[in-house]
Design a protein around this ligand. Structure first.
Ligand SMILES: Nc1nc2c(c(=O)[nH]1)N[C@H]1C(S)=C(S)[C@@H](COP(=O)(O)O)O[C@H]1N2
Ligand SMILES: [Mo]
Length: 377
């Protein structure tokens, strides 16, 4: 027996380059940027879904902000794992709590790690499973976003001197990995950067059409009937093809009017190239043809400018109806689309007609529309 005593591991036992302050600070900076983008674009997504005040142009606005949200969220996953790996030896630092500021700092890290993990996991599930939690998801994702950003700010404020030192110290003439380690600091940083780059490129095709050829894991892009993805099929929504008794009913304060499909087709048609931009980050632009909602409101005796409730044939789904903001209802590019490309809409795209409005989240582009109701302002 040697004279060494068994003792629990201590922070100083972890000497790998990954645990160096300089590494932690750099990965923390990248992660902070990714989180910042997620947070801001997340707020924009809330605004866009709420509708009023969200602009109708550029038509790709939501497509860009939500694409950035999901791409930054994907980038955050390897960065978060690397950051946690970099700092986990601190779990073995003793005493657990030294002072009140120290307790606050440690508490904020607990909240930060929990909220950050919650955000990437719920975000990923949402992307992969298409709203398994229905309406619960946006609310929970939103609350955890505030928790994450709040604890990031506390964390950065408390750690500012350490972060500054970590970022400004040179690499100290590092030639080889520390004893017992296989990676240099630079090696760990490069590996993290590479993993982040691969994760982003492999998935970003969903949001960035140019990347599609090199993005094997991009979800739903280009696939689906008529070259446009379908999240919710007519079958899943319990919608069956309509017969001649189908009508579109338009209710305005100045009068109500019902249109048959033949009547809608006989009205002057407008074409617009507009994207479906899903909150999941995928988007697909297409050429839609149909009747401007503003024209329908006028024909029914109303004046465009007030919000319009858009109702579908769907009975139960969370997205069976949406509220079209007044500015969008008045925009001449906001269509009740009858055609996609040069064909009538496929049933899965909302036959006989769907809403398509510029710069709106996909969830509000209601399919299988049967009723438009002007709401009080
Ligand atoms: N009636 C109805 N319209 C709907 C949906 C729905 O579930 N029901 N899904 C929305 C969502 S989430 C998106 S992204 C767009 C495009 O969805 P799709 O891919 O299912 O056509 O349609 C929207 N319109
Ligand atoms: Mo969506």
């Amino acid at each position: 027996m040697t004279g060494r005593k068994l003792r629990p591991p201590a922070e100083r036992d972890f000497r790998g380059a990954a645990h160096d302050q300089r590494v932690t600070a750099r990965i923390g900076l990248w992660l902070g940027i990714a989180f910042g983008i997620c947070f801001l674009t997340g707020l924009l997504s809330q605004l866009a879904r709420a509708g009023s005040g969200w602009p109708t142009s550029p038509v790709d606005l939501y497509r860009v902000t939500q694409g950035a949200h999901v791409v930054a969220g994907v980038a955050a996953i390897p960065l978060l794992l690397a950051k946690l790996w970099s700092v986990y030896p601190k779990l073995f630092a003793r005493p657990l709590v030294r002072s009140l500021p120290h307790a606050i700092e440690r508490g904020s890290i607990l909240v930060l790690s929990g909220a950050a993990l919650f955000e990437v996991v719920t975000g990923l599930f949402n992307v992969a499973q298409n709203y398994v939690w229905g309406f619960g998801f946006p609310a929970a994702h939103h609350v955890a976003g505030w928790l994450a950003i709040g604890s990031v700010l506390v964390h950065v404020a408390v750690k500012l001197p350490v972060i500054r030192r970590g970022l400004t110290r040179g690499d100290g003439g590092e030639r080889s990995a520390p004893p017992g380690g296989i990676l240099t600091r630079r090696g760990f940083l490069r590996g993290t950067g590479l993993a982040t780059g691969v994760a982003v490129v492999a998935t970003a095709g969903a949001a960035v059409p140019l990347l599609r050829p090199v993005s094997p894991l991009s979800w739903r892009s280009d696939r689906g009937p008529q070259g446009v993805p379908v999240n919710r099929t007519a079958r899943a929504a319990g919608v069956r093809a309509v017969d001649d008794s189908w009508r579109l009913t338009v209710v305005t304060p100045g009068g109500t009017r019902a249109f048959s499909l033949a009547e809608l087709r006989a009205l002057p048609q407008t074409s617009a190239s507009l994207p479906i931009a899903c909150v999941e980050g995928w988007n697909q632009s297409a050429s839609w043809t149909g009747v401007p909602v503003a024209d329908l409101l006028r024909l029914a005796g109303g004046a465009p400018g007030s919000p319009v409730r858009v109702r579908s044939l769907e009975r139960r789904g969370a997205y069976r109806s949406s509220l079209l903001p007044g500015a969008h209802a008045a925009d001449p590019a906001t269509l009740l689309a009858l055609r996609l490309g040069d064909e009538p809409l496929a049933l899965d795209h909302g036959y006989p007609c769907r809403l398509i409005a510029p710069s709106r989240p996909g969830v509000t582009q209601t399919k299988w529309v049967t009723r438009l109701e002007v709401e009080p302002r």
